[in-house]
Design a protein around this ligand. Structure first.
Ligand SMILES: [Zn+2]
Length: 572
């Protein structure tokens, strides 16, 4: 008799807040428990183990978690086992999405041993999963309980409470909590972002601004003050542009129109100094003021800066692939080095993990890689151009219909989630009375539900606007195609092109590289729409963030061959 065997991955997570002396959550303890469970279940075979050590369960971009999802997509595993649900995720909307939609769509069985969840036996009914996950989420927030203050209330209302307006903005007369664009500095801010996008370093940008005589923020402030009859500001030669000032402006999310406040606080139960709060705790209000920099451009610049800092300072600069190349063997970022042979210089990228530590990736020559990547980019851009052609010619109505369906599904899904949350909210008081939850938990959960409901409502407002636009045939969502088409006539590879088009390049061996292109989910959605396949890629929230992760690998199956080799090219 043949028996179905599940190829399982054991997923282990140790968060940085876990008490390391608490044995029950240690990596070894989780591992033992999973091993015992698998041993007791003959239909499950352990094929891999993924460990995220010191990583929070709120975000889902954990390295090992992502690797595991890649293995799911590749069909290597069809079962995920965790000790308890909180190991898998502590943020319930996203956890719910994985359990209800993403994993089932890949036919993956999910088991959380201590929570008695097993999707195969249908014990993982929504309510149990939902409530457990919510409790985990409430626990997450309890880690940092904040005192309420009128400042906090103002921040939450999207009112600006800073002492000085952000450079580029001024206060509205008569309302010191509202910002409007101050045109002179705002144009400087736009220039700075443009220069960064074109690959200039912060010090080069500062030099350029100084050489053009552009007033630095301090000098501008002094000039403004003098105009108002205040001569206390000194105009010293120190008030020139510095790389630090430039970097501060490049990292200022407020320029996107989202008011971001409470990024640091002076009180923390452990540290007395100013602490920079994790991004998840910042108070943000979208569309609080007019944007100087569009969110997509801001995101791109953040990425460029992240990659810049990862590059090796010893080589005095940023190279073609700095920060983008990933070792497919151990997952480290690869670094560049120069070798001289018979008077000629050769540039290489290599992985710093030694053979002894289990990595044996060969060195890669920069010129060979550049050729390879250029070829792939060209064919990717060509694919997108032909996709665009197909969309604009024969199937435009079909694509629009499919997009409309996608948006409508998402709206319905959000409504459903909102109903669920309302349901949970309605039972809260009863649970308090019955003693199932404490007063504090009641208050925390109520606030949380209300916030999440509000998020869903505004997400749907955005989606409805998008729906209207799509119906009129001028969808924002196809604009990314233009982004790629700018590069149609590409002949040489430069860093700006790499950063604009490529998310990452994984070197799997001497003859195998995998390129992840940006706007992958948009591409897949358009492709899916074109092929009449339901899109799997999760649409992101109201702000149009792009998620280039998890799903949709199988969308390529059966696709038009000229379009099927898209986002991850294996290049020989
Ligand atoms: Zn390596």
């Amino acid at each position: 008799m043949s028996k179905i065997t599940y190829r399982a991955a054991a997923y282990i997570r140790l968060s940085f807040t876990d008490d390391k002396s608490n044995e029950s959550d240690s990596v070894q303890n989780q591992r033992n428990m999973l091993a015992n469970f698998i041993e007791a279940n003959a239909d499950i075979e352990l094929v891999s183990e993924f460990v995220d050590d010191g990583v929070s369960g709120i975000a889902f971009d954990r390295p090992a978690f992502k690797e595991m999802m890649a293995a799911v997509q590749d069909g290597e595993i069809d079962c995920i086992i965790v000790k308890d649900l909180s190991r898998f995720g502590r943020e319930y909307i996203e956890t719910g999405r994985y359990l209800r939609r993403i994993l089932p769509s890949y036919g993956v069985r999910f088991i959380a041993i201590n929570d008695n969840i097993d999707t195969l036996e249908d014990r993982g009914d929504d309510l149990v999963v939902g409530v457990k996950a919510i409790m985990n989420d409430a626990y997450c927030r309890d880690i940092s309980v904040k005192t309420r203050s009128s400042l906090k209330a103002k921040r939450e209302n999207g009112e600006y409470v800073g002492a000085v307006p952000i450079y580029g903005y001024m206060r509205v007369e008569g309302n010191k909590n509202q910002l409007v664009i101050d045109e002179y500095p705002a144009s400087v801010v736009r220039d700075i972002y443009r220069m960064k996008r074109d690959g200039m370093s912060a010090s080069k940008i500062a030099d350029t601004l100084n050489s053009l005589g552009v007033l630095s923020p301090l000098r501008y402030k002094a000039a403004q003050a003098r105009r108002n009859g205040d001569n206390t500001y000194k105009n010293t030669s120190d008030n020139t542009w510095t790389p630090k000032t430039v970097l501060r402006i490049l990292a200022e999310e407020n320029y996107t129109g989202t008011l971001v406040q409470a990024r640091q606080s002076t009180f923390n139960y452990k540290i007395k100094d100013i602490v920079h709060k994790p991004r998840t705790e910042w108070v943000r209000t979208e569309n609080a003021h007019e944007a100087i920099i569009q969110p997509a451009e801001f995101d791109l610049v953040q990425r460029i800066m992240r990659l810049d800092t990862r590059s090796s300072p010893a080589y005095g600069g940023v190279h073609l692939f700095s920060g983008v190349l990933i070792c497919g063997c151990c997952g480290s970022r690869m670094v560049r080095k120069t070798n001289r042979y018979k008077g000629t210089e050769y540039l290489y990228y290599y992985c710093r993990t030694t053979k002894k530590d289990g990595c044996n990736l060969p060195m890669m020559r920069e010129d060979e890689l550049a050729n390879c990547v250029l070829t792939s980019i060209k064919s990717h851009v060509a694919n997108i151009a032909s996709l665009d052609e197909v969309i604009s010619k024969s199937s435009s109505q079909r694509v629009i219909n499919a997009l409309v369906n996608q948006i409508r599904t998402q709206i319905a899904d959000n409504d459903e989630q909102r109903d669920t949350l309302n349901g949970y909210k309605a039972t809260l008081y009863g649970n308090l009375v019955k003693g199932i939850i404490t007063k504090d938990e009641h208050a925390a959960l109520k606030t949380k539900f209300e916030n999440d409901i509000q998020t869903l409502i505004s997400a749907n407002e955005t989606l409805n606007a998008e729906l209207a636009e799509t119906l009129e045939g001028k969808s924002e969502r196809l604009k990314w195609i233009e982004h790629f088409k700018h590069f149609e006539t590409l002949t040489e590879l430069d860093r700006r092109t790499v950063l604009n088009l490529v998310e990452s390049i994984t070197i799997k061996g001497k003859n195998s590289i995998k390129i992840s292109f940006r706007y992958r989910s948009e591409f897949e959605n358009a492709l899916a729409a074109l092929l009449g396949v339901p899109a799997r890629a999760q649409r992101s929230g109201a702000r149009g963030e792009r998620r280039n992760d998890e799903v949709s690998e199988d969308l390529r199956q059966g696709a038009n061959p000229s379009l099927s080799e898209v986002h991850s090219d294996e290049v020989a």
